[in-house]
Design a binder for this molecule. Sequence first.
Ligand code: TRP
Length: 334
Amino acid sequence: MPCKSVILTGDRTTGPLHLGHYAGSLRNRVALQHSHRQYLLLADAQALTDNAHDPARIARNVIEVATDYLAVGIDPAVTTICVQSALPALAELTLLYLNLVTVARLERNPTIKDEIQARGFGRDIPAGFLCYPAAQAADITAFRATLVPVGEDQAPLIEQTNEIVRRLNRQVGHDLLPEARSLIPEIGRLPGVDGRAKMSKSGGNALPLSASDAEIAASVQRMYTDPGHLRASDPGRVEGNVVFTYLDAFDPDPEEVAGLKAHYRRGGLGDAVLKGRLTGILCDLLGPIRERRAAIARDRDHVMDVLRTGTARAQALTTQTRDAVRDALGLFRL
Ligand code: TRP
């Protein structure tokens, strides 16, 4: 049997996951878990890099995000779910990798640049935050992952990981660690329900995975369509129309969506019809997730068991990689 390739991804545990996470990576992970060896990292240590003032929130959300994983259909029998801060080998690799990157290169990383802007750090950037790309390289390489399913904003982090891998491999004279590639969904990033480029809980434009039918309907009701499309009989624009962006992301029947787009452009198709369709699709998608989520949330012991088992498995693998890196570099061993 051919060896399954290894997937690693993770999420910062800053809050429960939302529909943007689902479209951007969760559903890829669910689809890939049987054909690949998959590890999911609850990135609580990375979450601390810009939340040092509130570690209790980060800790609390480890359980919330794990519950989200199980609710969307991640199967802990085939996917290993583990907790970043409980894996000291990741921190040890980070410390080694920090010597293989420059501060200038970290500052040039487009993801870091955007996030520094968005957070308004100014000159007060936490050192851990600036350096988290080295930690993410440690995450990816410790599991010897070759495929990383993420949103497009994460691509520069995978690139920087590969630079570290190449530098290390060159230094030790053989392919000690594999390079990884990112797997980015074709549809691109899901905009917020208000049409802004990014769905985020802090931006107040997210649909949580636990949203009720009424919340879903209210969010869709408020979505922008084409401001020039005043009457149903008017021709309407599809590009930049948030409702169509969502239909492209979630409608199980793309051919019908193509037909609806043509009709909308011609005129004669009202926004209410489109919004009704989208509301139905999202309620069908999120309803079962919400119910499973509620059931799992009542069984905290089960979630804790999943985390303990997964983290123990990850411990073995990450420790092995750390030792291989230490030995290849020729570090002192007692
Ligand atoms: N940076 C990712 C995010 O913000 C989380 C993350 C941590 C991650 N470690 C990772 C993603 C390793 C992919 C691989 O969501």
